[in-house]
Design a protein around this ligand. Structure first.
Ligand code: ADP
Ligand code: MG
Ligand code: MG
Length: 888
């Protein structure tokens, strides 16, 4: 801490921070300073830096000089506000607010009205001539201080409050009169004393230091840790603390508080969007206690404040050049801004806003592209309810986060996590959600809440996660004791299926059919922009003509991996495939293969057609043959059944033979076994048939005038000689077929690089291969020595203990597997300069891996059809990032 400045003042006419200081001041503090700089009304205050938090958590002590700086800042705050902190004729109350570098909604708790005590409450009651307001503020402070700072269960205060309302026969907090509030204050103080064994601290300065410490410590509470994990936020950032003069939204009918977005965060439409409550404070709006009113009605309720709000939000959008999420409070008609930040939005909104802002001239195309998280695109292509299904909703709530979800009803977050763990799809149904529910929300397919508005916790978090959410579905009544809920006349049990549509707010009982949306409108536009800037090709992994067609529509520029074994599993094929495997002699094997040939050829005709003009990489048979046979137990059962029936001997013998074959082909370690080109070496006739089918299909279409670009890929090569042998067969068959058909096909022969030895000897292999495709699934498996099928048993512990940051089968391990890829590329291109190289593992559609692929000089990535748009956007990001780097 070189400069030893720990505290930054904002407001009055001397603001020390600015928007670019987020790392130090946190997002909230930096933007409060920026708003003050822009001349927007912000209650004055000061920010204690995140560095202090880091040091405090490490040493359990403040850096030297901090207390002095806090005292100086308070003195300044007193001067600017004209009030005095502590017991005085005009007491200053403050809020203590956390604020990390990026917003962590609901993760850190805010304490309002700090400075309240038995004396200040009297003074404030007198000064404002509004004792109800004073005691309302006091009881709120006691609750927040008790909960956030002293760690007393919120429920304890909530319970006392409900009891009070019940005994007086009122429903809303606002209906409690001053006497009731006074009684509550006394009860709350008793709760605090009982729970902590100490009296509630009356001294404002002591309250402040306790609250500051609590904010620092909240950085390490479970909710915050979970949120950081889910969002890849480093644990060592720490949070800043903002201490800010209070303004009061609870001073009566001309006061209020609200939250709003400058554009619709669900759809991206350009309309002011938000909610507010009259005579309310702080988080009343988002807590779902009272149902807030839509912001448009503020125009009539408090016209002057509304007009000012409209001016401010326009100013903020122009300044930040992005959609803003704002928090404000109106104190007796006067507007104050309490927060602004770039608003979270759904994938659909992100895209619409980016395109609109380009059209409005606020941002350029490149900025627009960089604002779209490639992972978000995936969510847009997620299923929605088939509009043709014409379903009747059992209840309708708010369309809080779009997309449709189907799952079994669960009522608690823990249950959601358990069920999801065991592979069930669930919908979390709650009265309302709170930050403790975050794990369960993440595990659920979708979320349904009974209470709360569009800015309720459930809505905000669900949008952030891209989960469908229907919020505030007031027609649903949960009977948690009996584990059921009612919606209209329907009774729904825990474990029953429901469907929700977060785009319409509909709740439908049962499972509904979902469809996949297409790429159109703004999405199409941004993907075109992405194509303009990216240099990395994007292909797809597709095994059927239908997959190929879907992928073309999503913008795939060819097939990077067509797995032929999938074609062998077809219902009418598996008997023929088994016949081929059971064959004792080459001749009988060839006989079975001859039956497979026309079927394979048909497959390739379909795929080539769908991909006309684009390269199609076809991998010759890869898996071990026993995958096509029944397993031993199955065969055993069949045998016993036949014997019991007294079946004829030849039938029994047949099954016995199958069992022998199964026994013979059984492998201890099939993934490292008799598969890939090893099959081609031992049974050349299998690959011969496949090559014949490929080239015949190509000839057929070529005769129809189509341009066909087959790339024949030999799997699991570890030694160049394997490739030499198989390649020779391929060339022979291909030449024979072309000669017979009198057609010339411009085909290529290449290999997968999926074994470390292949990467290490890539220079030699490239002499034989015209292209490489990194099979990163197997390469990850063989580099780590982790079996993909068994790694699930220990990988979670590896991630838990930070041995690995991510599952290496999902996110490419750049420092290990990535090094082999780099080596393979360098060596490969050292002997064949124009070697075409791609990757075709799971990683081809994972943004960070795609960006890596761009950096190391791949020609293309190949991924599943639905990931193609994600990869296009990630590839654009990669190109733009490189451009930025080159500028520096
Ligand atoms: P979060 O990070 O959870 O949004 P905030 O620090 O923004 O927490 O505080 C939550 C709410 O508390 C704000 O939206 C605002 O309504 C209220 N609040 C915070 N500080 C003040 C203040 N100085 N005066 C009035 N209300 C405040
Ligand atoms: Mg909060
Ligand atoms: Mg806030």
């Amino acid at each position: 801490m070189a400069d030893n400045k720990f505290v930054y003042f904002f407001g009055g006419n001397k603001t020390e921070g600015k928007n670019s200081m987020k790392d130090l001041l946190g997002g909230k503090g930096a933007n409060l300073a920026e708003m003050a700089n822009l001349g927007i009304p912000v209650p004055p205050g000061f920010t204690i830096t995140a560095e202090v938090c880091v040091q405090y958590l490490k040493d359990k002590a403040y850096p030297a000089g901090l207390l002095k700086q806090i005292d100086a800042a308070i003195a300044r705050l007193e001067e600017v506000s004209g009030k005095i902190f502590g017991n005085d004729g005009n007491p200053l109350l403050v809020s203590v607010r956390s604020g990390a570098r990026v917003s962590m909604p609901g993760m850190m708790d805010t304490v309002l009205n700090l400075g309240m005590n038995d004396i200040t409450v009297l003074v404030i009651a007198k000064n404002t001539d509004n004792p109800r307001f004073a005691y309302d503020s006091y009881r709120r402070f006691l609750t927040m201080f008790g909960d956030v700072v002293l760690g007393i269960e919120h429920e304890k205060f909530e319970h006392a409050l409900s009891e009070k309302k019940r005994s007086l026969g009122v429903r809303q907090d606002t209906e409690l009169d001053v006497n009731a509030l006074k009684e509550l204050v006394e009860e709350f103080k008793l709760i605090i004393e009982k729970e902590t064994g100490e009296k509630f601290p009356q001294d404002a300065h002591k309250q402040l230091m306790m609250a500051i410490n609590a904010v620092f410590e909240s950085w390490n509470n479970q909710r915050a840790i979970t949120y950081r994990k889910l969002n890849n936020i480093p644990a060592d950032w720490g949070t800043a603390v903002n201490v800010q003069a209070m303004v009061y939204g609870n001073m009566g009918e001309t006061s209020g508080t609200g939250v709003a977005f400058t554009r619709d965060p669900a759809t991206g439409h350009k309309r002011f969007y938000g909610e507010y409550l009259i005579n309310a404070q702080g988080e009343d709006v988002v807590a779902g206690i009272r149902t807030p009113r839509p912001i448009s009605t503020l125009k009539e309720a408090l016209p002057a404040a509304f007009k000012q709000l409209e001016e401010i939000y326009a100013k903020l959008e122009n300044h930040f050049r992005d959609m803003q999420d704002i928090e404000f409070t109106i104190e007796q008609g006067k507007l104050y801004m309490l927060q602004t930040r770039n608003g979270k939005r759904t994938a659909a909104a992100a895209i619409k806003i980016a395109v609109d802002m380009v059209e409005e001239g606020l941002i350029d195309k490149k900025t627009a592209l960089l604002r779209i998280d490639p992972n978000q695109i995936d969510k847009l292509l997620h299923p929605m309810i088939d509009p043709k299904a014409n379903l009747k909703a059992a209840a309708t709530g708010l369309p809080a986060s779009p997309g449709a979800a189907v799952g079994k009803v669960v009522f608690t977050a823990e249950h959601a996590e358990e069920m999801a763990e065991s592979g069930e799809k669930v919908i979390l149904v709650r009265a309302e959600t709170s930050p403790e529910d975050i794990g369960g929300m993440n595990a659920a397919e979708g979320i349904l809440t009974v209470r709360g508005g569009m800015t309720s916790h459930a809505a905000v978090v669900a949008r952030g996660m891209g989960k469908p959410c229907v919020a505030g579905c007031g027609d649903v009544v949960i009977d948690i004791k009996n584990r059921v809920f009612y919606a209209g006349y329907c009774m729904v049990n825990e474990g029953d299926y429901i469907s929700i549509d977060g785009s319409t707010g509909h709740l439908i009982i049962g499972q509904v059919p979902l469809i996949t949306p297409e790429v159109s409108g703004e999405l199409k536009t941004v993907l075109q922009w992405a194509d303009e800037v990216r240099t990395l090709g994007v292909r797809t992994n597709a095994d059927t003509p239908n997959d190929a067609k879907v992928a073309r529509d999503f913008g795939a520029e060819g097939i990077g991996l067509c797995r032929t074994e999938h074609m062998f599993f077809g219902e009418n094929r598996i008997p023929v495939v088994r016949e081929m495997i059971m064959a004792d002699t080459e001749a009988s094997r060839r006989c079975a293969l001859a039956k497979l040939l026309p079927m394979q050829r048909e497959d390739f005709v379909g795929i080539f057609r769908a991909m006309e003009g684009y390269p199609v990489t076809i991998r010759l048979l890869d898996p071990p043959l026993h995958e096509f046979l029944p397993n031993h137990e199955e065969a055993m059962e069949k045998l016993m059944e036949l014997q019991k029936k007294g079946a004829p001997a030849d039938e029994i013998n047949k099954v016995k033979k199958v069992m022998e074959r199964v026994e013979f082909l059984k492998e201890i370690n099939p993934m490292l076994g008799f598969r890939g080109c090893r099959l081609g070496v031992v049974y050349p006739e299998i690959y011969e048939m496949q090559v014949q089918a490929i080239i015949e299909a190509a000839c057929e279409l070529s005769n129809d005038g189509m341009s066909i670009v087959p790339e024949i890929m030999i799997p699991l090569v570890s030694h160049v000689k394997e490739l030499q042998i198989v390649k020779k067969q391929v060339i022979k068959i291909a030449s024979d077929v072309m000669a017979e058909k009198g057609v010339k096909i411009d085909y290529k022969i290449g290999t997968m690089i999926e074994l470390p030895r292949a990467a290490l000897t890539a220079d030699k292999i490239a002499r034989e291969a015209e292209f490489f495709s990194f099979g990163t699934n197997d390469l990850t498996q063989t580099t780590f020595g982790f079996s993909r099928d068994d790694a699930g048993k220990f990988l979670p512990a590896y991630i838990e203990q930070s041995i690995l940051e991510h599952d290496p089968f999902a996110v490419l391990d750049q420092s290990g597997v990535g090094e082999l890829i780099k080596l393979g590329i360098d060596k490969g291109r050292s002997t064949r300069r124009d070697l075409k190289i791609g990757i075709c593992g799971e990683h081809g559609g994972e943004p960070s891996s795609v960006i890596f692929g761009h950096k190391v000089g791949l020609n293309y990535v190949s991924c599943s059809p639905f990931r193609v748009p994600v990869a296009r956007m990630a590839a654009a990001h990669a190109a733009l990032q490189e451009e930025e780097m080159n500028k520096k």
